[in-house]
Design a binder for this molecule. Structure first.
Ligand SMILES: C[S@@+](CC[C@H](N)C(=O)[O-])C[C@H]1O[C@@H](n2cnc3c(N)ncnc32)[C@H](O)[C@@H]1O
Ligand code: SF4
Ligand code: SF4
Length: 371
């Protein structure tokens, strides 16, 4: 009886290990599909505000401010016809690019959903808000961390709470006037120790305005693998974290631990990040231009996505003690650990193949209906 149990257990282990190595070999190879999400920075290292934990805000980046041209934007978009979602913001204030509306329109005309995040703390004429309402923009995140100037300005240094509120109202009015439902306006509220007592007020204001409120825990830059801030993480935790644990990111609760996040680094498998110059970064957390993974203006998308550098970086998270042929920032990044459990790998496989799976299901359903 015991012998039978041991045989059954070892058979199960054998099957599990075969499934594991099959999934690993798919995820670590050029069999994975192209991603559906792209993040493009329309401006780089350029902003009117000075948010203390933003590398742009505290001028930590050693490259000059830059604005992306419409030509470069178009050249990038031409290389990624399979993309369905564009995040059009990264290291700076996107509305500082005078071609932003043209960029949104270009993507919209190609059936790409566009999302922008802005501090929205600037004076603009009425037609600016009408331009937003008619641009084709799907979602606009407005970074407004507080429900009064006093609390808001602790993080958004140089920002004007009343101006941001007035701008949100102008956009709501412009949408009504032009009978538009888009863009969805999302008030993004990063919780810190100065504004946590205003969450209820923010919820009420957001409800009265009929806009969404996205209450998020603040990140303290320990997740940025190539940025060094003046302060220690302990000092930043003391300076910024709220008292209410439920508004604190999991990694700042209890003992400090590495890796910082559970599971696999999904960014390497599901999205691509493109700088103002068309260079490819492995994720939004990497800022040093020395850590690029490719150049989308010089090479084809596939040459980059399936390059040795990408394959090595992905393998680092799937295979224990993986030895790369080409080193990259991902090998010194403490955000994720190696060789995750089969559960995480299965989940990643589903995420990576979701789009092609749903297309197949749709085709099958269409065939069935046609019969
Ligand atoms: C670098 S900003 C660029 C876009 C724009 N300037 C803005 O602030 O919305 C990109 C995103 O990072 C968010 N962000 C800035 N500092 C953050 C922090 N310490 N923790 C989490 N998100 C942060 C911003 O709110 C914004 O949604
Ligand atoms: S507004 Fe955005 S880009 Fe500007 S400093 Fe703050 S987080 Fe950085
Ligand atoms: S492993 Fe680290 S550096 Fe590499 S893509 Fe993931 S988070 Fe970014």
């Amino acid at each position: 009886m015991q012998g039978q149990l041991i045989t059954t257990m070892s058979k199960t282990n054998l099957v599990t290990s075969k499934v594991d190595s099959l999934i690993t070999s798919i995820l670590a190879s050029s069999k994975i599909p192209r991603p559906g999400i792209i993040n493009i920075e329309p401006v780089s290292n350029l902003c009117q505000l000075k948010c203390p934990l933003c590398p742009t805000g505290v001028q930590l980046l050693d490259y000059p401010p830059k604005i992306m041209s419409l030509e470069i934007f178009k050249a990038i978009l031409d290389k990624v016809p399979f993309i369905s979602l564009l995040e059009l913001y990264r290291s700076g204030e996107p509305f500082l690019n005078p071609d932003l509306f043209a960029m949104i329109r270009l993507a919209y005309d190609r059936n790409i959903e566009v999302v922008v995040s802005s501090h929205f703390s600037f004076s603009k004429p009425d037609d600016f808000f009408e331009d937003i309402a008619t641009s084709g923009l799907e979602k606009l995140f407005v970074s407004l961390d507080g429900a009064s100037q006093e609390t808001y300005s602790h993080y958004r240094v140089g920002g004007d709470y009343d101006l941001v509120m007035a701008n949100i109202k102008k956009l709501i009015e412009a949408k009504k006037r032009l009978n538009r439902t888009k863009p969805e306006i999302i008030w993004q509220f990063l919780v810190n120790k100065f504004n946590e007592h205003e969450i209820t007020s923010a919820q009420k204001i957001a409800k009265d305005l009929n806009i969404a409120l996205d209450i998020r825990p603040i990140d303290l830059d320990d997740e940025l693998p190539d940025v060094t801030l003046g302060q220690t993480i302990e000092e930043r935790m003391t300076d910024w974290l709220p008292a209410n644990e439920s508004y604190i990111a999991e990694r700042y609760r209890g003992e400090r631990h590495f890796p910082l996040f559970p599971g696999v680094c999904k960014d390497l498998f599901t999205r691509i990040i493109v700088t103002v110059d068309g260079k490819v970064m492995p994720c939004c957390m990497v800022w040093d231009h020395g850590n690029v993974f490719g150049d989308l203006l010089a090479d084809s998308f596939d040459d980059i996505w399936y390059s040795r550098k990408y394959l090595d970086a992905r393998s680092r998270f799937l295979i224990e003690d993986y030895r790369p042929q080409i080193q990259s920032i991902c090998f010194s990044c403490n955000n994720f650990g190696s060789a995750p459990s089969l559960r995480y790998k299965l989940n990643l496989l589903l995420v990576v193949f979701r789009k092609s799976l749903s297309l197949r299901v749709k085709k099958c359903l269409a065939k069935l209906v046609a019969r």
